[in-house]
Design a protein around this ligand. Structure first.
Ligand SMILES: *[C@@H]1O[C@H](CO)[C@@H](O)[C@H](O)[C@H]1NC(C)=O
Length: 504
C-alpha cells in the first residue's frame, strides 16, 4: 500500500514535469506546406503557357540536371491539384504556400497578352482551397522568369522592376479579392548568386562577382515596386499583407577569434545583407562594410568602378520599409572560419568575402550535400534576425529534409521534431513568429538534383502516369503536431491509413 502510494506520487511528479515541458504552439499560429510552380505543375506547354528559363535552359542543354530530368510533367499538379488539396485536408493544415508561374499567366512576360487559361487554373486552385478553409499564401516569383524577358537581360536589366510591377498588377487584380498573403520573391540570394553568379540554377549565367550583384539591386527595387503598387492601389480594398522570403542558414564563427568573427559578419552581409538591408535596415542600401570591401577589391582588380552597384538616396528611400513580414526558408547551417580566399575564383563573392565551411562529423546528413542537421539552428537563425530587424513579423516559409525514395522517413521525422522544438524556443525567446510551412507537401523537381532528392511529406511515384501520391511516416507525425499543437516525441502512427478528420 505504502509502496503503491509512493509509486503514484513519483508518477504524478513525472507526469506534471513532463506536461510542464509540453510547450504548445499558439492557437493562432499558422501551419502549412509549401511548393513552387516549376517544381510541381508540369503542363509546361499546355493551354497557352509560355516558355520560362527552366524550360528553355533544360530543353537546350544549358542546365545540367543530375538525372537528366526536367519539370515538363513533374508532379503534374496542373491536373492533380484537387488531390493536392485533399492531402492538405488529410494533414489538417491552415495555409498553402504555392507560387504562380509568370509565363503561364503572361506567356511573353509582358502584360499585353494575358493567358485566360492560366488565370482560370489559379482561380480553380484558390477557390478549392478556400472551400476547405485553407488560406492561400502566394509567391509571385519562385525562379521561373519568362524566357523572353531573359533574352532582354532578365534581372540584369534595370527595367526588370517595371516588368515585375506590371505582372504584379495583373496578379493582384485577378486574385487579390481572395488572396491575403503575398510573397514577391522566393530566395533572392539563390536567384542572383546561383542563377547569375554560377551555373547551378537558371539562367545558368555564371558571371560571378558581377551579374549576381547587379541582380541583387534590380531584384530589391522590383520587390519595392510591387510592394508599393499593392499599398497604393490594392491594400485599402483587399486588406492583405505583402512580404518577401529569404533563404537563411545559421552561420556561426568557428572560434572566438576576432578574425573568424569578422569574416562571418562580412560574409553574412554578402550572402544575406545585400538583399535584406535595403528593405529592412534603418539606413537602407547595401551593407556598408561589404560595399567597401567590394569597392576595394574591384579597384585592386583593375575595374574603374565597384562591381557592386550603388543605390541613390532616392532609391534607398524607395526600397526601405517595403515589407509587412520577413519570410525565412531555413534548412541548416555551419561553422565558418576566416581564410585568405586565394583559391577562389576572381571576381566572386567567395573572393570578396572568403570563408571556409566546417560541419561536425556527428551532425546527421541528408541526401543533399548542403543539408545537415545543425542543433538548435532555427532558433539561432530567427533570434539573430529578430535582433537585427526588431519587431518584424516572421513566417518560416520553408523547412525540410531530403531523403531517397521510400515511405519510412525516420530521419525526416527526427529533423522535423528538432526544428519544431527550435521554433518553440524562438517563440519563447520573443521572436514574433506567426507561422511555419514545411517543405514540401510532396516530392517534386529538385532543380539541378532532378528527382534524385525527395523532400515530400507525400511520396510521388514519378514512374506512374497518374503521379500517385502516398503519405510518408512524416506526414502522420506532422498531422499529429497540427492536432495537438505540441511536439510529441513518442508518437507513432497506429496504422498508416490517412483520412480526413472531422472539421477539415
Ligand atoms: C534561442 O536563441 C537565443 C539567442 O541566441 C538564446 O538566447 C536562447 O537561449 C536560445 N534558446 C534556446 C532554448 O537555446
Amino acid at each position: 500500500m505504502k509502496t503503491g502510494l509512493l509509486c503514484l506520487c513519483i508518477l504524478i511528479t513525472i507526469c506534471t514535469s513532463a506536461s510542464h515541458q509540453r510547450r504548445k504552439f499558439p492557437e493562432d499560429f499558422l501551419f502549412g506546406v509549401s511548393t513552387a510552380a516549376y517544381q510541381i505543375e508540369g503542363a509546361w506547354n499546355e493551354d497557352g503557357k509560355g516558355e520560362n528559363i527552366w524550360d528553355y535552359g533544360i530543353h537546350n542543354g544549358v542546365g545540367n540536371i543530375v538525372d537528366m530530368s526536367n519539370g515538363d510533367v513533374a508532379a503534374d499538379s496542373y491536373h492533380n491539384y484537387a488531390r493536392d488539396i485533399e492531402m492538405m485536408r488529410e494533414l489538417g493544415i491552415d495555409v498553402y504556400r504555392f507560387s504562380l508561374s509568370w509565363s503561364r499567366l503572361l506567356p511573353s512576360g509582358f502584360a499585353d497578352n494575358i493567358n485566360e487559361a492560366g488565370i482560370a487554373y489559379y482561380n480553380r486552385l484558390i477557390d478549392e482551397l478556400l472551400k476547405y478553409n485553407i488560406t492561400p499564401m502566394v509567391t509571385l516569383y519562385h525562379w521561373d522568369l519568362p524566357q523572353k524577358l531573359q533574352e532582354l537581360g532578365g534581372f540584369a536589366n534595370p527595367l526588370l522592376g517595371n516588368w515585375f510591377e506590371d505582372y504584379a498588377r495583373v496578379v493582384f487584380r485577378s486574385f487579390g479579392d481572395r488572396v491575403k498573403l503575398w510573397i514577391t520573391f522566393n530566395e533572392p540570394r539563390e536567384i542572383c548568386l546561383d542563377g547569375y553568379g554560377s551555373d547551378n540554377k537558371a539562367p545558368f549565367l555564371n558571371a560571378a562577382g558581377i551579374a549576381d550583384y547587379i541582380c541583387a539591386k534590380h531584384l530589391v527595387i522590383a520587390h519595392a515596386k510591387a510592394y508599393r503598387l499593392y499599398v497604393n492601389e490594392f491594400k485599402s480594398t483587399q486588406k492583405g499583407k505583402c512580404g518577401i522570403t529569404f533563404g537563411v542558414s545559421s552561420i556561426l564563427p568557428l572560434t572566438d577569434s576576432e578574425e573568424d568573427r569578422l569574416a562571418v559578419e562580412l560574409r553574412r552581409q554578402g550572402d544575406l545583407g545585400i538583399y535584406t538591408n535595403p528593405i529592412f535596415s534603418k539606413e537602407g542600401g547595401f551593407p556598408k562594410e561589404f560595399a567597401e570591401r567590394v569597392a576595394m577589391k574591384s579597384s585592386e582588380q583593375g575595374y574603374q568602378r565597384s562591381r557592386l552597384p550603388e543605390f541613390s538616396d532616392k532609391e534607398k528611400e524607395f526600397v526601405r520599409g517595403t515589407s509587412d513580414f520577413f519570410g525565412v526558408n531555413h534548412y541548416g547551417g555551419s561553422f565558418l572560419s576566416a581564410t585568405d580566399g586565394i583559391d577562389d575564383r576572381v571576381p566572386s563573392l567567395n573572393n570578396d568575402a572568403p570563408v571556409a565551411y566546417h560541419t561536425p562529423d556527428d551532425w546527421p546528413k541528408s541526401v543533399s550535400s548542403w543539408l545537415m542537421q545543425m542543433p538548435n539552428s532555427l532558433n539561432i537563425t530567427l533570434a539573430r534576425l529578430h535582433a537585427d530587424y526588431n519587431n518584424i513579423e516572421f513566417y518560416v516559409t520553408e523547412n525540410g529534409w531530403s531523403t531517397y525514395k521510400g515511405l519510412n522517413d525516420d530521419d525526416r521525422v527526427r529533423y522535423f521534431r528538432a526544428a519544431w522544438e527550435s521554433a518553440l524556443d524562438a517563440i519563447e525567446h520573443g521572436v514574433n513568429l506567426k507561422g511555419y510551412m514545411a517543405w514540401s507537401l510532396m516530392d517534386n523537381f529538385e532543380w539541378a538534383q532532378g528527382y534524385s532528392e525527395r523532400f515530400g511529406l507525400y511520396e510521388v511515384d514519378f514512374e506512374d502516369p497518374a503521379r500517385t501520391r502516398t503519405p510518408r511516416k512524416s506526414a502522420f507525425i506532422y498531422k499529429n503536431l497540427l492536432k495537438t499543437r505540441y511536439v510529441d516525441h513518442d508518437y507513432e502512427p497506429e496504422n498508416y491509413i490517412m483520412s480526413i478528420d472531422e472539421g477539415h
